[in-house]
Design a protein around this ligand. Structure first.
Ligand SMILES: [Mn+2]
Length: 309
C-alpha cells in the first residue's frame, strides 16, 4: 500500500502537513506510517523556502525504509550543474537562465557545502524509475522502450552522468533519450506550418505530449500538453510522429509528477495518474493513496493547499 507524493520543490511545511493528514507520525527517526509506504516522484529542490528540510525529511524516510523515491529533472539538472567534464566545463552551463532555475537551492546551501555535497551524492543513488510488483513510478514519462534501453542502469552514477553528457550520447543516443524522457517527458513533432511559443517566448516546433494516450485515436487538444488553437479540433496525424506507441490500457497503474497541473487532482486515465499539482506556483501538494486497485479512482487523491488550508 503506497502513498505517492508529488513534486515538493522545497515546501517542507506543506509536506509535513500532508504526511500528518495521511496518518504519518514523526518519531525519533522521522516520519512513518504503520501500514503504508510513501513514494516520492522527485523534484525535491529549487523554488521553495525549505529545501534542506525537505531533503532531510525525504532522505530520512527512505533511509529508514519508510519511503521510496525516484529522480526528478531538478535533481538531474543539479548534478549536471555541479559536475565538470574532462575539459573542466560544467555539464550544465552556468547561464543566467540555468542559474535562476537553481537559485533558491544555491542560496539556501551557500554556507553549508558539506550538506549539499551529501545531497548530491544521494541524488546519484536515486532510481530513474521504479517497477514495483503492482505499480510503476517515474518522474515524467514511462516508456517500455526507454526502460529497455537503460538495461541494468537504474541510477545516474557519476560515471553514467559523464557518459550521457559526452559527445557520443548527448541528445543523440537511445540511452540519452531514455533518461531525458524519464525525467522530462516526451516531445513530439508539430505539423508543418504550426508552432507555439514556450514560457520563455521561444518559438517551438516540438510539443510535450500525453505519452499515455493513443495518438491514433486522439485529437490535438487531448494529445498536446499545451494548446495550439488552430489544431485543437483536429485529429492527430500519427503518421508524422517520431513514436506512435503509448502506455497501454492493460498495463499496471503508473504514477508520475512533473507537469505542474492545476485544479482539482484527478487521474489521467484508468491506469495513469500525475501527482504534481503545482505547490511551487500557489497550487497544491498532492498525493494518491493507492491500496491495491487496478482502476485508479479520483477520490483517492489527497492534498494540502499552498495557502495553508
Ligand atoms: Mn519536474
Amino acid at each position: 500500500m503506497y502513498d505517492i507524493i508529488g513534486d515538493i520543490h522545497g515546501y517542507a511545511g506543506h509536506l509535513e502537513k500532508l504526511l500528518r493528514k495521511m496518518g504519518y507520525e514523526k518519531n525519533g527517526k522521522g516520519y512513518s506510517h504503520p501500514e503504508r509506504t510513501a513514494v516520492f516522484v522527485g523534484d525535491f529542490i529549487d523554488r521553495g523556502p525549505e529545501i534542506g528540510e525537505t531533503l532531510k525529511i525525504v532522505r530520512n524516510m527512505t533511509e529508514q525504509g519508510k519511503a521510496l523515491a525516484v529522480m526528478g529533472n531538478h535533481e538531474y539538472n543539479a548534478l549536471c550543474y555541479h559536475t565538470k567534464n574532462e575539459k573542466g566545463e560544467y555539464l550544465r552551463k552556468h547561464t543566467e537562465n540555468n542559474t535562476n532555475q537553481h537559485i533558491e537551492t544555491l542560496k539556501q546551501f551557500e554556507n553549508n557545502a558539506s550538506d549539499w555535497k551529501s545531497h548530491l551524492n544521494w541524488f546519484h543513488t536515486l532510481p530513474l524509475y521504479l517497477d514495483l510488483n503492482e505499480i510503476r513510478i517515474v518522474h515524467a514519462c514511462w516508456d517500455s522502450d526507454n526502460i529497455e534501453a537503460l538495461g541494468s542502469r537504474k541510477t545516474v552514477t557519476e560515471e553514467f552522468l559523464l557518459e550521457l553528457n559526452s559527445e557520443i550520447h548527448y541528445k543523440k543516443s537511445s540511452m540519452y533519450t531514455a533518461v531525458d524522457e524519464c525525467i522530462k517527458g516526451r516531445e513530439e513533432i508539430i505539423p508543418n506550418g504550426y508552432s507555439f511559443k514556450d514560457k520563455h517566448g521561444k518559438e517551438r516546433n516540438e510539443m510535450r505530449v500525453c505519452w499515455y494516450l493513443d495518438p491514433g485515436k486522439s485529437y490535438y487538444n487531448e494529445y498536446y500538453m499545451e494548446e495550439i488553437a488552430e489544431l485543437r479540433a483536429k485529429k492527430v496525424d500519427a503518421g508524422i510522429l517520431k513514436k506512435k506507441t503509448f502506455y497501454g490500457d492493460d498495463e499496471k497503474p503508473v504514477f508520475c509528477g512533473h507537469y505542474w497541473f492545476e485544479g482539482i487532482p484527478k487521474k489521467e486515465k484508468h491506469n495513469v495518474a500525475c501527482v504534481d499539482y503545482s505547490i511551487g506556483k500557489g497550487g497544491k501538494l498532492a498525493a494518491y493513496r493507492w491500496s491495491g486497485e487496478k482502476e485508479l479512482k479520483d477520490e483517492n487523491f489527497v492534498w494540502v493547499n499552498a495557502n495553508g488550508d
